[in-house]
Design a protein around this ligand. Sequence first.
Ligand code: MN
Length: 314
Amino acid sequence: VSIPLGGDDTPRSEGGPDPFDTQGLEISDSREAVVGGNRVRRALPQRSRRTIGAWCFADHMGPTAPDGTNPLGVGPHPHMGLHTVTWLLSGELIHRDSLGSEQPIRAGQLNLMTAGNGVSHAEEPSAGQRGSLHGIQLWVALPEATRHGPAAFEHHGELPEIELDNAVATVLVGALSGTASPARADTPLVGVDLQLRPGATTVGLEADFEYGLVVLEGALEMGGRRLTPGHLGVLGWGREELGVEVAEGTRALLLGGVPFDSPLVMWWNFVGRSRSEMVEATDQWNAGAERFGDPGSSMARIVAPRPPWKEVPN
Ligand code: MN
């Protein structure tokens, strides 16, 4: 589910990694946003932390009302320069895109759409939806080699699971301790869902990755700090393992990757390298250009807001 990015996401020109204690856990607040009448907690991007590896956007959605009212849905809108990665803990959505894909997604399944140079999709409420919808949508910035390439869509009905001390880890993208997800990844990165039981769990890490944690349900403790939903926890790179403890059943997402090597520009649903790319994509989508196609949804098409930049320095 993608949401218009506001002015706060306009990148600052500084860039480069932010200093933080590589032995600790840097905790910041997610921002509240509203999508299709439902509250989301946007953990990424933040002014002080724009990416974790190539992960550049994270919206924790729901849980919505348990009676299934007020379903979450987003009408046709475009993307470029990114993968969308959708993972649900409960509920159901219908993904419909300009490649002709029509795919229900349920809890425990992964949708991964590659925008490349351009794609459009809608995420529709499903008639099969029962109870609340709860999940996360992530974006992965594409490297130079694939960001101008063709669009693609993958659905993974089953993903590999690993038993850890007091957890089941589901590998969404990348690999954990030698167990790899079948999902596409264009840069070295990892995304793991952790279902934690009370007690301590150690997760193996890659020393050349930086990592972040988003708690979806419950609470976890790490080195005396407590991480709960509505926050982003950032771990320094150079770690061989992550030790966490939970007192109650907890769901958390571990995101990691090699620090992304290009400064990103993000506007609305677009990821690129320059403001002129954002202006061009905005104008082309609003003009109905072929570049982004048509997902054929009955929902209303979303108009792109014009970027605020008066001049386009490129
Ligand atoms: Mn989207």
